[in-house]
Design a protein around this ligand. Structure first.
Ligand SMILES: [Zn+2]
Length: 446
């Protein structure tokens, strides 16, 4: 008996100690915040992100609580880190928690604290580029999983985390290639969580779709002539007529937003982003010559429920008509429909069980959820929706001004810690979800 007891003690003490260390690491706020600051201090700003250091940091975190990790480079020097927590039924569709590791550049001199110092002020605000977009989310996923592991939770469905590069420059080398790869296919993803936006109110903002960018360039030609002569069909006059037409359309869309009839993400936005015209002289521009060519660029964002055909006709017939010697092309034109021909959106009603689970899981620890919205810009979530997979954009940041890509981006430590609790609840709900209808075939296969 004595031997028995001694043996049991020998076996249990180390694992007990490990459990205690794990749960202290998982619950101690100052360690949690220090890890967040460490990630923020890695300068992953475009155009030269320190991807290697970011990858090493993420992998070391994953190792500290025994998550399986793989590094994939679809493009040399741009690592994508894939972490895995195997579910007890890996045949079921899995969960993917996506975040990007890069951030946009920061103008250091215009910040109160250094953008890669991760300084915390007396109010608990942590200042850093990426504190909202979206290193917070990547670390919160990890912290939530660290806690779930320490609590002894066992996921039914496998959980994957992808830390992807280059979202801020279009995502082709990251989520774009990943979502079309065999590596992704094998994961059998059922639901993706990706970034959302901070909310100045107490309600978190969930996003079920986003607008597709159409980057339009219109060009016109006309007979050159003396700057003093009035005549028809000059390149500048032709272009100006188009600009006026486009501005009227812009105003009509903006009026809908101002009147409160549509949200930002529900209208077609169009903004002129460049103008190229004029004949250069050695010192400036030639002033007495009407140029023979002119060009303008527009950033158009199209919501998934818009009619792409009618917008294309409008561009061809009104914005760049051949009758005014005009042509047009797109620098980028993302589709509005997924590969199955359905609009790019994730249902936010009873037809989508993941949505219902998310709603309940956010409320459980006391979070409040606002009305689902269309993301006004683009995120990596579009690549997953393009594959016909449900994707929800969600950053658990409430009571915070939206400072994405702005100076003095910050996140309060309490808001960050609360977000971890929210993710813990969501991941637990997603990973335990049994869908009697859809999972039958996967269970039968076992
Ligand atoms: Zn982002």
């Amino acid at each position: 008996m004595k031997f028995g007891i001694r043996n049991t003690l020998h076996l249990c003490l180390p694992s007990l100690l490990i459990l205690i260390v794990l749960s202290t690491e998982a619950s101690d706020p100052s360690s949690i915040i220090a890890r967040f600051q460490q990630y923020l201090q890695i300068n992953t700003a475009q155009p030269n992100p320190e991807y290697k250091q970011a990858a090493e940091f993420i992998i070391s975190q994953a190792k500290s609580f025994s998550l399986e990790s793989h590094t994939i480079e679809f493009v040399n020097g741009k690592p994508l880190i894939l972490l895995k927590w195997l579910g007890t039924n890996p045949a079921l569709p899995s969960i993917l928690l996506n975040s990007h590791t890069d951030v946009v550049p920061a103008e250091h001199q215009k910040w109160t604290h250094h953008p890669f110092g991760a300084h915390m002020d007396d109010n608990g605000n942590i200042y850093a580029r990426g504190s909202q977009d979206m290193k917070c989310v990547g670390m919160q996923y990890l912290e939530a999983i660290r806690r779930l592991k320490a609590s002894g939770f066992q996921p039914l469905r496998s959980i994957h985390l992808s830390f992807v590069p280059d979202e801020e420059i279009g995502g082709n080398a990251g989520a774009g290639t990943f979502s079309q790869s065999e590596v992704f296919n094998i994961l059998n993803v059922g639901i993706v969580l990706d970034e959302g936006l901070p909310s100045p109110s107490e309600n978190y903002r969930p996003f079920y779709a986003e607008r597709s960018p159409w980057w339009l360039v219109i060009r016109t030609t006309g007979a050159p002539g003396h700057g003093a002569k009035l005549y028809d069909n000059t390149a500048m006059e032709n272009l100006l007529k188009s600009i006026e037409t486009i501005r009227r359309f812009r105003a009509s869309q903006f009026d809908l937003v101002k009147a409160g009839l549509r949200a930002d993400g529900e209208v077609v936005s169009v903004n002129m982003v460049f103008l190229k015209a004029g004949t250069p002289s050695p010192t400036d521009f030639v002033m007495n010559l009407q140029p023979s060519e002119a060009e303008a660029g527009f950033d158009i964002r199209v919501p998934p429920n818009a009619d792409p055909g009618s917008l294309e006709r409008r561009i061809a017939e009104e914005w760049a008509p051949t009758s005014r010697n005009m042509t047009f092309s797109f620098k980028q034109k993302e589709p509005l429909h997924d590969k199955f021909g359905k609009p790019f959106l994730t249902a936010t009603d009873r037809s989508n069980p993941w949505w219902t689970l998310l709603e309940d899981a956010v409320r459980k620890p006391g979070g409040k959820l606002g009305k689902p919205e269309i993301f006004p810009a683009s995120t990596d979530a579009c690549y997953f929706r393009e594959q016909g997979i449900a994707a929800i954009g969600f950053s658990p940041i409430a009571n915070t001004p939206n400072l994405l890509h702005d100076h003095n981006e910050f996140l309060n430590q309490d808001e960050y810690l609360k977000g971890i609790e929210i993710y813990e609840s969501i991941i637990k709900a997603f990973a335990s979800f049994v869908d009697p209808e859809r999972d039958r075939s996967s269970t039968d296969e076992l």
